[in-house]
Design a protein around this ligand. Structure first.
Ligand code: KG4
Ligand code: ZN
Length: 349
């Protein structure tokens, strides 16, 4: 059973064809990174416009690459929540028109459920219930995932998402946008104990997160170090007679990353322990982070749990995860009419 999945929730125009929830026949993504780069972050209005330009072409390519026509599809699925409202509306309008023209059922999908489903597409050994940590530019969410795609949200961020903070810190350090990958790489050359950044809410006793405090703390540290002339910027070498207080971008990246990863791993392990779950899944763009993967694996091994993450093309925003979870929802009887609307918020239950 083949489903076309469409996602335009943020800054990627994505469409994919997936058979029976798992076999990815095509997975096409048009990234808008270059458009938003000069602004150092995503500009919602530009994102909507770019989606309009790309959507028809991306859908055609998804069908062509999968070697299917509309008549071969069983349904059309589209992310209708949560996300940037203008961006979501483009995908929803496209999906509605196509469903109407080709007489296909339409399914509105929660983007987070797509991210959670991504691991299930590739890891046959994944059991239920499991703990899923979704960490991206827009979301930080710790969820207990039960059989039948039922969820218990344990906690989420009270302010910035983890990826958003990576992007902001990269901006302070003059590293461009998006910043996650470059900070990850620089951190590998730095000392994670060089600066003790705060770990907000680490010991709050619940599963909530807060990252804006870390961000502000890094910002003040960078500004102060620059003023004092002790910051060795990216690409520079420390002088031979450098002030002993000199700090490098690598050290800041490593120390910042240590703080973020520490909180994420601590709470994920706590969640796994409290539910006696033996599987933890990682998903979303930040799941690419080498330190997060390594630390979570080590900590999970200590409690006899396994860590899973999907390949990169299923980790970041894509249409395949939307078509995947839509297959499960279709089997559960979900059908949305042409009155389907987009909404910027939307929790999972
Ligand atoms: O899932 P995604 O592609 O889009 C959203 O739904 O947001 O995630 C993008 C986020 C960005 O904030 C980016 O900086 C971050 O994922 N990211 C990383 C890494 N690669 C991408 N963060 C930390 N380490 C990485 N290696
Ligand atoms: Zn996402």
């Amino acid at each position: 059973m083949k489903i076309l999945g469409i996602d335009t929730s943020c800054d990627e125009t994505a469409a994919a064809v997936v058979a029976d929830g798992k076999a990815v026949l095509s997975n096409i993504v048009a990234s808008q990174v270059e458009t938003h780069q000069e602004y150092g972050g995503i500009v919602p209005e530009l994102a909507s416009r770019k989606h309009i330009e790309a959507i028809n072409y991306i859908v055609s390519r998804a069908l062509a690459e999968a070697d299917v026509a509309f008549k071969d599809l069983e349904a059309i699925a589209v992310t209708n929540r949560p996300g940037l409202i203008g961006a979501l509306l483009v995908g929803v309008a496209a999906a509605k028109s196509l469903a109407y023209c080709h007489g296909l059922p339409l399914l509105g999908i929660n983007h987070i459920e797509g991210h959670i489903y991504a691991n299930y597409m590739v890891h046959d050994a994944l059991t239920f219930p499991h703990i899923c940590l979704t960490v991206s530019g827009g979301h930080t969410l710790l969820v207990e995932v039960h059989e039948g795609w039922k969820y218990k949200v344990l906690g989420s961020t009270q302010d910035d998402a983890a990826g958003e903070v990576y992007d902001k810190v990269a901006k302070y350090l003059g590293l461009g946008f998006p910043g996650g990958k470059v900070i990850d790489e620089l951190a590998q050359k730095g000392n994670p104990s060089a600066i003790k950044f705060p770990r907000p809410m680490r010991n709050s006793g619940d599963y909530q997160f807060s990252f804006s405090g870390i961000k502000t703390s890094v910002r003040y540290f960078v500004e102060k170090a620059r003023r004092a002339g002790i910051l060795v910027e990216n690409g520079q070498e420390p002088a031979k007679d450098a002030n002993p207080d000199t700090v490098t971008v690598e050290d800041i990246a490593a120390s910042f990353q240590a703080a973020v990863v520490d909180v994420l791993v601590y709470k994920s392990i706590r969640a796994a322990k409290s539910t006696s779950t033996k599987a933890i899944t990682l998903t979303g763009g930040v799941a690419a982070n080498s330190q997060l993967r390594a630390s979570l694996k080590t900590a999970a091994a200590e409690i006899g749990a396994e860590v899973y993450y999907p390949p990169m093309n299923l980790c970041t925003d894509n249409g395949a995860m939307i078509a995947g979870i839509a297959y499960e929802k279709y089997k559960q009887g979900l059908r949305d009419g042409l009155s389907l609307n987009a909404t910027p918020n939307g929790t999972i239950e």
